[in-house]
Design a protein around this ligand. Structure first.
Ligand SMILES: [Zn+2]
Length: 128
């Protein structure tokens, strides 16, 4: 299952980052998922709750934001969605030259957790 490996990778990343920041429990993860990844939010959630067995992810809330697939025309700069009647042609000038603005992303926008000392802000990384 596609989503299982995506979530496993995401959890490893968060786990590593949490270890660096002395965070012992993650309270919330915000995930941004483009529709071109073909990952279904309900499958991502299911995968997460299946794998989130250890203390770090105890009671973690998983927020998922889906991003539409969007293109920007290289000729005129028009931004458009590819499922318009024009397909992947620019609806403004008809050009085929476009680049993907969004839709392929899959990343953790932020996560929140406790450092075990009752401090809310785990992202505080002051030097000594
Ligand atoms: Zn155009």
């Amino acid at each position: 299952m596609h989503e299982m490996s995506l979530i496993a990778e995401m959890m490893n990343m968060v786990r590593e980052s949490a270890a660096h920041n002395n965070i012992t429990r993650i309270s919330r993860i915000k995930l941004v998922v483009g529709k071109l990844t073909m990952a279904m939010p309900h499958s991502l959630r299911f995968a997460f709750h299946t794998m989130a067995r250890d203390g770090l992810f105890q009671g973690t809330e998983l927020l998922i934001e889906e991003r539409e697939v969007a293109y920007q025309c290289c000729q005129c700069g028009e931004k458009y969605l590819p499922d318009m009647p024009y397909g992947q042609l620019c609806p403004n000038c008809g050009s085929k030259a476009s680049h993907l603005l969004s839709g392929r992303e899959l990343f953790v926008e932020y996560y929140e957790g406790d450092s075990g000392k009752g401090e809310e802000n785990g992202a505080n990384t002051h030097g000594n």
